[in-house]
Design a protein around this ligand. Structure first.
Ligand code: G3P
Length: 217
């Protein structure tokens, strides 16, 4: 399973990409608004930091306007993937865009039925929102697992991005459930890295080594 970072914060993207573990970036209008960044600035800045796929979302709701907006976004950089919500207009836009060769990431997916519709419309990626389902007492990982089963059974090429990730267990559960990608907030990436036994273990190694140096000098 690949890891993307789910943020529009350039410092977070830069720091995580230095670790060498990030294959792509996902944004949404809320994340861009939090950084006060336009779509075009985001594409420009993020593509300097991460060469992999970068999802940027349309804000139109009409199919024709989504298609036009998506083409404008796709022209900003080769690695742009256009995020489109799973609405009737969104599916219509995705089917036209996929025929035009524009990769789409169908977003705001909360059910296997929506995943299947997105795949049939020609989405390159589908993004089940794991955390938001868990937030309402549903089981977000089950949507990932069952979508992966359906896609495998029918040999659908759409890749599953587990989104709305809240904690490291979500990442591991998404991997076990067959997600192709988990898009992870920076705070969760840091939690995946840190372990108190690593910190105390490293300190012990360094202290023991220093003690030997002190005794032999
Ligand atoms: O970008 C889509 C998704 O990852 C949003 O997550 O935390 O707003 O539910 P969240």
């Amino acid at each position: 399973m690949q890891l993307y970072i789910d943020t529009a914060n350039l410092q977070e993207i830069q720091e995580a990409s230095r670790w060498g573990v990030i294959s792509g970036v996902t944004t949404n209008p809320s994340l861009l608004a939090a950084e006060g960044m336009s779509m075009s600035d985001a594409v420009d800045e993020i593509s300097r930091l991460v060469p992999g796929p970068m999802s940027v979302e349309v804000v139109s709701t009409d199919a024709g306007e989504m298609v036009q907006e998506a083409h404008e976004l796709a022209q900003l950089a080769d690695n742009v993937v256009v995020k489109v919500p799973v609405t009737a207009d969104g599916l219509q836009a995705v089917s036209r865009l996929s025929a035009d060769g524009v990769d789409c990431n169908v977003t705001l997916v909360f059910s296997v039925a929506q995943s299947l519709l997105a795949a049939r419309a020609g989405a390159a990626y589908v993004s089940p929102f794991v955390g938001r389902l868990d937030d309402i007492g549903s089981d977000g990982i089950e949507v990932v697992r069952k979508s992966a089963e359906v896609f495998a059974y029918y040999d659908l090429q759409t890749e599953i991005i587990a989104a709305s990730i809240r904690h490291p267990q979500h990442v591991l559960q998404a991997a076990s459930a067959g997600a192709d990608i988990a898009t992870v907030p920076y705070a969760v990436l840091k939690k995946m890295l840190h372990h108190p036994l690593t910190d105390t273990g490293l300190q012990r190694f360094l202290d023991d080594w220093q003690q030997m140096q002190d005794e032999s000098s």
